[in-house]
Design a protein around this ligand. Sequence first.
Ligand code: SF4
Ligand code: F3S
Ligand code: FES
Length: 250
Amino acid sequence: MDVTFRIRRLNPEIPGKDKPYWQEFKLSDVEPTDRVLEMLHRIKWEQDGTLAFRRSCAHGVCGSDAMRINGVNRLACKVLVKDLGTKIQVEPILGLPVLKDLIVDMEPFFAHYRQVMPFFVNDTPLPEDGRERLQSPQDRERFDDTTKCILCACCTTACPSFWANGSYVGPAAIVQAHRFIFDSRDQAAADRLDILAEPDGVWRCRTIFNCTPACPREIEITKAIGEVKLAIMRGSPEGIIQVQDIQHEA
Ligand code: SF4
Ligand code: F3S
Ligand code: FES
Protein backbone atom coordinates (compact mmCIF):
# COMPACT_ATOMS: atom_id res chain seq x y z
CA MET A 1 0.00 0.00 0.00
CA ASP A 2 1.01 3.64 -0.48
CA VAL A 3 1.22 5.88 2.58
CA THR A 4 1.75 9.63 2.81
CA PHE A 5 3.61 10.96 5.83
CA ARG A 6 3.17 14.61 6.80
CA ILE A 7 5.97 15.52 9.18
CA ARG A 8 6.48 18.68 11.24
CA ARG A 9 10.03 19.86 10.68
CA LEU A 10 12.43 22.50 11.98
CA ASN A 11 16.17 22.98 11.69
CA PRO A 12 17.45 25.95 13.71
CA GLU A 13 20.79 25.90 11.84
CA ILE A 14 19.36 26.38 8.34
CA PRO A 15 17.92 29.78 7.35
CA GLY A 16 14.44 29.28 5.88
CA LYS A 17 13.97 26.06 7.84
CA ASP A 18 14.36 27.58 11.29
CA LYS A 19 10.59 27.98 11.75
CA PRO A 20 8.28 24.95 11.99
CA TYR A 21 6.95 23.76 8.63
CA TRP A 22 5.26 20.64 7.23
CA GLN A 23 6.84 18.32 4.68
CA GLU A 24 5.21 15.39 2.90
CA PHE A 25 6.88 12.10 2.02
CA LYS A 26 5.28 9.31 -0.02
CA LEU A 27 6.17 5.69 0.68
CA SER A 28 5.15 2.70 -1.41
CA ASP A 29 5.24 -1.03 -0.62
CA VAL A 30 4.21 -0.37 2.95
CA GLU A 31 2.87 -3.39 4.83
CA PRO A 32 -0.10 -2.85 7.16
CA THR A 33 1.97 -4.37 9.98
CA ASP A 34 4.90 -1.99 9.48
CA ARG A 35 5.53 0.28 12.42
CA VAL A 36 5.75 4.07 12.19
CA LEU A 37 9.35 3.94 13.38
CA GLU A 38 10.31 1.66 10.47
CA MET A 39 8.66 4.10 8.07
CA LEU A 40 10.53 7.05 9.56
CA HIS A 41 13.73 5.05 9.03
CA ARG A 42 12.77 4.46 5.40
CA ILE A 43 12.18 8.19 4.90
CA LYS A 44 15.51 9.01 6.52
CA TRP A 45 17.50 6.34 4.71
CA GLU A 46 15.81 6.50 1.29
CA GLN A 47 14.63 10.10 0.89
CA ASP A 48 16.01 12.65 3.36
CA GLY A 49 18.94 11.85 5.63
CA THR A 50 18.48 15.13 7.51
CA LEU A 51 15.22 13.99 9.15
CA ALA A 52 15.92 13.92 12.89
CA PHE A 53 14.17 11.80 15.52
CA ARG A 54 15.14 9.84 18.64
CA ARG A 55 14.90 6.08 18.96
CA SER A 56 16.88 3.32 20.54
CA CYS A 57 15.32 -0.03 21.46
CA ALA A 58 12.57 -0.16 18.78
CA HIS A 59 10.60 -2.41 21.13
CA GLY A 60 8.66 -0.11 23.45
CA VAL A 61 11.18 -0.31 26.29
CA CYS A 62 13.46 2.74 26.23
CA GLY A 63 10.79 5.42 25.86
CA SER A 64 12.89 7.58 23.53
CA ASP A 65 10.59 7.80 20.48
CA ALA A 66 7.52 9.53 21.89
CA MET A 67 5.83 11.56 19.13
CA ARG A 68 2.45 13.04 18.38
CA ILE A 69 1.09 10.72 15.69
CA ASN A 70 -2.25 11.63 14.09
CA GLY A 71 -2.81 13.98 17.02
CA VAL A 72 -2.14 11.42 19.76
CA ASN A 73 1.01 10.87 21.81
CA ARG A 74 2.49 7.45 21.09
CA LEU A 75 5.76 5.56 20.79
CA ALA A 76 6.56 5.34 17.07
CA CYS A 77 7.93 1.81 17.53
CA LYS A 78 4.62 0.54 18.94
CA VAL A 79 2.17 1.92 16.36
CA LEU A 80 1.23 -0.11 13.29
CA VAL A 81 0.41 1.60 10.00
CA LYS A 82 -2.86 -0.38 9.73
CA ASP A 83 -4.11 1.37 12.86
CA LEU A 84 -3.52 4.82 11.35
CA GLY A 85 -4.54 4.68 7.67
CA THR A 86 -2.79 5.89 4.54
CA LYS A 87 -2.25 9.47 5.72
CA ILE A 88 -0.08 9.74 8.79
CA GLN A 89 0.84 13.00 10.48
CA VAL A 90 3.85 13.08 12.80
CA GLU A 91 4.93 16.00 14.98
CA PRO A 92 6.97 16.54 18.14
CA ILE A 93 5.35 16.04 21.53
CA LEU A 94 3.95 19.33 22.87
CA GLY A 95 5.05 21.53 25.74
CA LEU A 96 8.83 21.03 25.43
CA PRO A 97 11.17 23.12 23.23
CA VAL A 98 11.83 21.60 19.80
CA LEU A 99 15.54 21.14 19.07
CA LYS A 100 15.24 19.71 15.56
CA ASP A 101 12.37 18.06 13.65
CA LEU A 102 10.85 15.48 16.04
CA ILE A 103 13.47 15.90 18.76
CA VAL A 104 12.48 17.94 21.81
CA ASP A 105 14.60 19.14 24.72
CA MET A 106 13.79 16.63 27.48
CA GLU A 107 15.73 18.54 30.15
CA PRO A 108 12.67 20.37 31.63
CA PHE A 109 10.92 16.99 31.84
CA PHE A 110 13.85 15.35 33.64
CA ALA A 111 14.26 18.37 35.92
CA HIS A 112 10.72 17.68 37.20
CA TYR A 113 11.61 14.00 37.54
CA ARG A 114 14.61 14.87 39.72
CA GLN A 115 12.45 17.20 41.85
CA VAL A 116 10.46 14.34 43.40
CA MET A 117 13.45 12.33 44.76
CA PRO A 118 12.99 9.38 42.39
CA PHE A 119 15.28 7.04 44.30
CA PHE A 120 15.03 4.63 47.22
CA VAL A 121 15.77 6.12 50.66
CA ASN A 122 16.45 3.92 53.68
CA ASP A 123 19.35 4.66 56.01
CA THR A 124 18.83 1.75 58.39
CA PRO A 125 21.38 -1.10 58.14
CA LEU A 126 20.46 -4.13 56.07
CA PRO A 127 19.30 -7.20 58.01
CA GLU A 128 22.27 -8.96 59.66
CA ASP A 129 21.50 -12.25 57.95
CA GLY A 130 22.49 -10.56 54.69
CA ARG A 131 19.03 -10.80 53.19
CA GLU A 132 17.28 -8.03 51.34
CA ARG A 133 14.74 -5.76 52.98
CA LEU A 134 11.72 -7.99 52.68
CA GLN A 135 8.23 -6.91 51.76
CA SER A 136 4.91 -8.75 51.65
CA PRO A 137 3.31 -9.41 48.25
CA GLN A 138 0.48 -7.08 49.29
CA ASP A 139 2.91 -4.25 50.06
CA ARG A 140 4.69 -4.84 46.74
CA GLU A 141 1.40 -4.81 44.87
CA ARG A 142 0.59 -1.35 46.20
CA PHE A 143 3.04 0.38 43.86
CA ASP A 144 3.40 -2.30 41.17
CA ASP A 145 1.62 -0.27 38.48
CA THR A 146 3.88 2.76 38.77
CA THR A 147 7.08 0.66 38.51
CA LYS A 148 6.23 0.20 34.82
CA CYS A 149 7.04 3.81 33.83
CA ILE A 150 9.71 4.18 31.12
CA LEU A 151 9.90 8.00 31.31
CA CYS A 152 8.75 8.48 27.73
CA ALA A 153 6.94 11.78 28.55
CA CYS A 154 3.81 10.82 26.58
CA CYS A 155 1.67 11.63 29.63
CA THR A 156 3.19 14.94 30.71
CA THR A 157 3.23 16.31 27.16
CA ALA A 158 -0.44 15.35 26.70
CA CYS A 159 -1.49 17.31 29.80
CA PRO A 160 -3.15 20.71 29.20
CA SER A 161 -2.13 21.83 32.71
CA PHE A 162 1.51 21.24 31.73
CA TRP A 163 1.03 23.02 28.39
CA ALA A 164 -0.39 26.01 30.26
CA ASN A 165 2.31 26.03 32.93
CA GLY A 166 5.60 24.20 32.42
CA SER A 167 6.45 24.59 36.09
CA TYR A 168 3.82 21.92 36.93
CA VAL A 169 5.81 18.76 37.80
CA GLY A 170 3.51 16.78 35.53
CA PRO A 171 2.03 13.29 35.68
CA ALA A 172 5.25 11.38 34.90
CA ALA A 173 7.06 12.88 37.91
CA ILE A 174 4.06 12.10 40.12
CA VAL A 175 4.01 8.51 38.88
CA GLN A 176 7.69 8.22 39.77
CA ALA A 177 7.07 9.73 43.21
CA HIS A 178 4.15 7.34 43.74
CA ARG A 179 6.44 4.38 43.08
CA PHE A 180 8.52 5.33 46.15
CA ILE A 181 5.88 6.98 48.37
CA PHE A 182 3.92 3.71 48.54
CA ASP A 183 6.96 1.44 48.92
CA SER A 184 6.81 0.16 52.54
CA ARG A 185 10.64 -0.07 52.65
CA ASP A 186 11.25 3.58 51.74
CA GLN A 187 11.63 6.29 54.40
CA ALA A 188 11.23 9.54 52.46
CA ALA A 189 7.51 9.51 51.70
CA ALA A 190 6.91 12.59 53.87
CA ASP A 191 9.59 14.57 51.98
CA ARG A 192 8.08 13.65 48.63
CA LEU A 193 4.57 14.50 49.81
CA ASP A 194 5.84 17.91 50.97
CA ILE A 195 7.39 18.53 47.54
CA LEU A 196 4.20 17.52 45.75
CA ALA A 197 2.03 19.63 48.08
CA GLU A 198 3.73 22.78 46.72
CA PRO A 199 1.74 24.94 44.25
CA ASP A 200 3.45 23.35 41.23
CA GLY A 201 2.85 19.83 42.55
CA VAL A 202 -0.19 17.56 42.36
CA TRP A 203 -2.77 20.31 42.80
CA ARG A 204 -2.06 21.61 39.30
CA CYS A 205 -3.62 18.36 38.09
CA ARG A 206 -7.23 19.19 37.25
CA THR A 207 -8.09 15.55 36.54
CA ILE A 208 -8.29 16.23 32.80
CA PHE A 209 -7.42 12.57 32.14
CA ASN A 210 -5.40 13.07 28.92
CA CYS A 211 -2.43 11.39 30.58
CA THR A 212 -3.86 7.94 31.24
CA PRO A 213 -4.83 6.99 27.66
CA ALA A 214 -1.51 8.44 26.42
CA CYS A 215 0.58 6.02 28.46
CA PRO A 216 2.11 3.23 26.35
CA ARG A 217 2.55 1.16 29.52
CA GLU A 218 -1.13 1.45 30.42
CA ILE A 219 -0.34 2.82 33.86
CA GLU A 220 -3.41 4.14 35.69
CA ILE A 221 -1.85 7.57 36.01
CA THR A 222 -4.86 9.55 37.14
CA LYS A 223 -5.53 6.97 39.85
CA ALA A 224 -1.92 7.24 41.05
CA ILE A 225 -2.20 11.04 41.14
CA GLY A 226 -5.43 10.72 43.13
CA GLU A 227 -3.70 8.44 45.64
CA VAL A 228 -0.90 10.98 46.10
CA LYS A 229 -3.44 13.80 46.58
CA LEU A 230 -5.24 11.75 49.21
CA ALA A 231 -1.98 10.92 50.98
CA ILE A 232 -1.14 14.65 51.13
CA MET A 233 -4.55 15.44 52.60
CA ARG A 234 -4.07 12.71 55.20
CA GLY A 235 -0.45 13.64 55.89
CA SER A 236 0.75 10.10 55.16
CA PRO A 237 0.56 7.35 52.55
CA GLU A 238 -0.96 5.05 55.15
CA GLY A 239 -4.55 3.94 54.88
CA ILE A 240 -5.26 5.39 51.46
CA ILE A 241 -8.00 4.09 49.20
CA GLN A 242 -10.05 2.87 52.10
CA VAL A 243 -13.33 3.77 50.47
CA GLN A 244 -15.25 3.04 53.66
CA ASP A 245 -13.03 5.58 55.47
CA ILE A 246 -13.84 8.23 52.90
CA GLN A 247 -17.52 7.47 53.24
CA HIS A 248 -17.26 7.77 57.03
CA GLU A 249 -15.49 11.11 56.71
CA ALA A 250 -17.97 12.48 54.18
FE1 SF4 B 1 5.46 7.36 29.74
FE2 SF4 B 1 3.46 6.22 31.12
FE3 SF4 B 1 5.74 6.87 32.36
FE4 SF4 B 1 4.09 8.78 31.54
S1 SF4 B 1 3.66 7.23 33.12
S2 SF4 B 1 6.31 8.79 31.29
S3 SF4 B 1 3.29 7.94 29.64
S4 SF4 B 1 5.47 5.37 30.73
FE1 F3S C 1 -3.06 16.47 33.39
FE2 F3S C 1 -3.58 13.94 33.71
FE3 F3S C 1 -4.14 15.63 35.64
S1 F3S C 1 -3.90 15.12 31.86
S2 F3S C 1 -4.59 17.50 34.58
S3 F3S C 1 -2.11 15.16 34.88
S4 F3S C 1 -5.34 13.85 35.05
FE1 FES D 1 12.56 2.48 22.50
FE2 FES D 1 10.44 3.06 20.99
S1 FES D 1 12.53 3.09 20.42
S2 FES D 1 10.50 2.72 23.12
